[in-house]
Design a binder for this molecule. Structure first.
Ligand code: FES
Length: 123
């Protein structure tokens, strides 16, 4: 599960401001370097979750458009390729071909309303 701390580790990079992700919505962050997966964030009230954008089924991106990572009712993360559904708070697959597997959780730190992630996360 994503953690929130008060001290940002040296070298962590800013992902975006918390208020750039609407409550109950998701936002994608394409990779900085070619060949990497990139990240996505989901906001639930004051809680924020960040995962690597790679489905544990076959390792493809989960989204079909940049910021669309959630089911229509916004209660789970969904993979656009084969429809696997994941618990937002843990990344656990609850439905689909990779049940019981997990999305790769990215540690995060929120400071002054900005989300920071480790320097190599999802590059
Ligand atoms: S690639 Fe995500 S469910 Fe198959």
């Amino acid at each position: 599960m994503a953690r929130e701390t008060t001290l940002t580790e040296p070298g962590w990079r800013a992902l975006c401001r918390v208020d750039e992700v609407a409550d109950g919505e998701s936002k994608g962050f394409p990779p900085v370097r070619e060949g990497y997966a990139g990240l996505f964030a989901v906001r639930k009230g004051e809680r924020m979750f960040v995962y690597v954008n790679s489905c544990p089924h076959i390792g493809v991106p989960l989204n079909w458009r940049n910021d669309d990572f959630l089911t229509l009712d916004k209660i789970r993360i969904i993979c656009a390729t084969h429809g696997a559904e994941f618990r937002i708070a843990s990344g656990e697959c609850l439905l689909g071909p990779c049940v019981g597997e997990y999305l790769d959780t990215v540690e995060l730190d929120i400071r002054d309303g900005v989300i920071f992630v480790p320097p190599d996360a999802g590059l």
